[in-house]
Design a protein around this ligand. Structure first.
Ligand code: SF4
Length: 121
């Protein structure tokens, strides 16, 4: 039996799933084994969602991230990475390219131009 759980709360997803799929604006931006994604999130949107998980640890609270602001033109542009307006590590290259999913480790896929540099051992 398989269940699909849809939530913005990644802590709930982590507790209840063996595979996690992260979507942004209807597109898959990262997916793979839940344990791997929670240990090594690669896509900036996954990291943003992770930073929103509630915790009672004050050290973790200080590490929370906030989205940068975006202009309406940025949100409507179709040639750029969909997450460009809110990405904390965006680059000029991201304005003219739509990243495709790439397998960065067996079973762990990420759609980010910068994923190669961000891959952790
Ligand atoms: S492709 Fe660029 S803008 Fe998009 S998530 Fe990756 S770094 Fe950010």
């Amino acid at each position: 039996m398989a269940l699909v759980l849809i939530s913005h709360d990644l802590e709930i997803v982590r507790l209840m799933s063996s595979v996690t799929v992260v979507m942004y604006k209807g597109k898959v931006v990262e997916f793979g084994p839940s344990e791997e994604i929670y240990k090594r999130p690669i896509h900036p949107y996954t990291e943003l969602l992770m930073s929103a998980v509630l915790t009672t640890d004050p050290e973790i609270e200080r590490g929370r991230r906030t989205k940068p602001s975006a202009t309406k033109e940025m949100e409507q542009a179709s040639s750029m990475c969909p997450f460009y307006p809110y990405c904390l590590i965006r680059k000029d290259l991201c304005r003219t390219n739509q990243p495709q999913l790439a397998e960065i480790k067996f079973g762990h896929w990420v759609a980010c131009i910068d994923e190669g540099k961000r891959t952790k051992p």
